[in-house]
Design a protein. Sequence first.
Length: 79
Amino acid sequence: MPGSTLCGIYESIVNYAGNAHPQPIVCTHEEASAAIAHGYAKVAGKPMACLVHSTVGLQHASMAIYNASAHRSHNGSEA
């Protein structure tokens, strides 16, 4: 969910990317966001960014980030 820590990113998307590319997908939990990015990378073969709030948001996303690392999503190989 958009928060005050991400205002600069959203403003840049609107002002400099024409609010068209990239298109943000709003999720209600950081772990779901990271898992979606992981799944997209595995299926599409290209990366997807995931923005999380500092400290607590990163803690919530940590297991999904670990899963992406364990599946070697960073280099496109299968585990």
